[in-house]
Design a binder for this molecule. Structure first.
Ligand SMILES: Cc1ncc(COP(=O)(O)O)c(C=O)c1O
Length: 455
């Protein structure tokens, strides 16, 4: 009997059914709500999780990205436990960790001269957008199709336009709400652009700069698979925004501390006016921040723009962030190159086994996060959202996921998501994953032919 066939998830299924009786849909985030494949987790350790049926999984989802040091790393746990037991976990007054974390962020992130703390990436990016509007006195914000910045009304537009092409044309995408319940008036506050297209952006900024407060971007799109910027693209976006007096916001919620100690802005050498961080910053504890130049952040310092929150700068989350940033400062010289090497080993291995099975495929990523795309035909690069939608085969990815999960390797089931690595994955883990992928892809070939268009 194969390893896959021995696994049972009956307890997960029963528990999930029970959860659904009190929790709408059984999940408290739209992104996790996918009926039929839910695993209920009993415990985790390092790069591994165990479900309530006792099945072990090597985890490449890592809590949707925050767990750069794996599940509950001892140093982060110790810092948080000490904070709770020795000093308390909620003050709503200034405290030592405010400057400890604030100063570490100033040291690490090129674009942070002043910072404010929040509790989630959604909040931090909302605050950044409001700050840009307040600072410039303009209302519209440029956003890129396929980028995700949170689930609130103000930015939940044209992220996955119903997983199709959305509205408008390739070079002039029209805004599409990602959810029912979003007022139509919001659509008019965003200008949607194709990523990696300087010509279109240049035209937009030249003709509409007087009404545009900021260009808001994931410097590497991580929310429709992974789409890195083309060579020189971010540098040109910086130049164009400066030339037209428009602010540049980098949403580094996913890239921050994951690809480099100073995020994508350090990696590409492009400093935005405002930037946001979350995920790795708290290593799983709910903390986020937004920061920027002292000049722009003066609006916050003088309360000319409103930002608040009962739990903003909560000492428990800041204790976690402090431990995360200390560790990054201590280990950055060896940690990021080691993550890059592990990631490369895994990417090479996956490409080899998937390619050998006959599926055209492509991996795009930077450092410790990447996505494997199953394609209709070979391509060397996917450069924007529509490129991804046009060329991928999500049904093959989902089948591959299913075969991997049933063999103990977990990554998010969606083709529009991605794989994350942690410092706790080892070369042996990577090699096991590749060996499992060879088995899994053989099972996928039996289900879905590699060349659906008859070539
Ligand atoms: C780039 C980006 N920005 C913002 C967010 C929202 O962060 P949160 O889920 O912490 O609200 C996410 C979440 O995945 C993200 O990937």
């Amino acid at each position: 009997m194969s390893v896959a066939a021995r696994r049972s998830t009956t307890r997960s299924a029963a528990m999930f059914e029970r959860i659904q009786r009190s929790v709408a849909g059984g999940e408290s985030s739209y992104a996790r709500l996918r009926s039929g494949i839910e695993l209920c987790i009993a415990r985790t350790d390092g790069p591994r999780m165990w479900d309530v049926d006792g099945n072990e999984y090597l985890d490449y989802c890592l809590g949707y990205g925050p767990l750069l040091f794996g599940h509950h790393p001892p140093d982060i746990v110790a810092a948080v436990v000490e904070q709770i037991t020795e000093r308390g976990y909620h003050y709503s007054f200034p405290h030592e960790l405010d400057y400890e974390v604030g100063e570490a962020l100033q040291r690490l992130v090129p674009g942070i001269e002043l910072v404010r703390f929040a509790c989630s990436g959604t909040e931090a990016t909302m605050a950044a957008m409001r700050l840009a509007r307040a600072y410039t006195g303009r209302e519209r914000i440029v956003k890129f199709e396929g980028s995700y910045h949170g689930w609130s009304d103000i930015h939940n537009i044209s992220y996955h336009p119903a997983l199709g092409f959305g509205a408008g044309t390739d070079t002039a995408p029209a805004p599409v709400p990602d959810s029912t319940g979003i007022p139509r008036a919001i659509l008019d506050t965003l200008v949607i652009q194709p990523f990696n297209n300087l010509e279109v952006l240049e035209h937009t900024l030249r003709t509409r700069h007087f009404e545009i407060a900021a260009v808001l971007m994931e410097p590497i799109i991580g929310n429709c698979g992974i789409i890195p910027p083309l060579e020189g693209y971010l540098q040109e976006v910086r130049r164009l925004t400066q030339e037209h007096g428009v602010l540049l916001i980098f949403d580094e919620v996913m890239t921050g501390f994951r690809i480099a100690a100073g995020g994508a802005q350090e990696h590409y050498g492009v400093v935005p006016d405002i930037c946001t961080f979350a995920k790795v910053l708290g290593a799983g504890f709910p903390i986020a921040c937004f920061g920027g130049s002292a000049q722009v952040m003066a609006m916050e310092a003088t309360n000319q723009v409103m930002h608040g929150g009962t739990y903003s700068a909560n000492p428990l989350a800041l204790a976690a962030a402090n431990a995360v940033l200390r560790r990054i400062e201590r280990e950055r010289a060896t940690m990021y190159p080691a993550l890059d090497r592990l990631s490369r080993r895994l990417q090479d291995g996956l490409l080899k086994v998937v390619g050998t099975a006959g599926y055209p495929c492509l991996i795009q990523g930077v450092g410790a996060f990447f996505q494997l795309f199953f394609l209709h035909e070979p391509r060397t690069r996917l450069v924007d959202y529509r490129d991804v939608v046009r060329h991928v085969r999500p049904e093959v990815y989902e089948a591959f996921h299913e075969e991997m999960q049933s063999r103990g390797i977990y990554f998010h089931p969606g083709q529009y998501e991605r794989w994350f690595l942690s410092t706790e994955h080892t070369e042996a883990d990577i090699d096991d994953t590749v060996a499992t992928a060879a088995e899994a892809i053989a099972a996928v070939v039996d289900r879905i032919p590699p060349h659906p268009r008859g070539d």
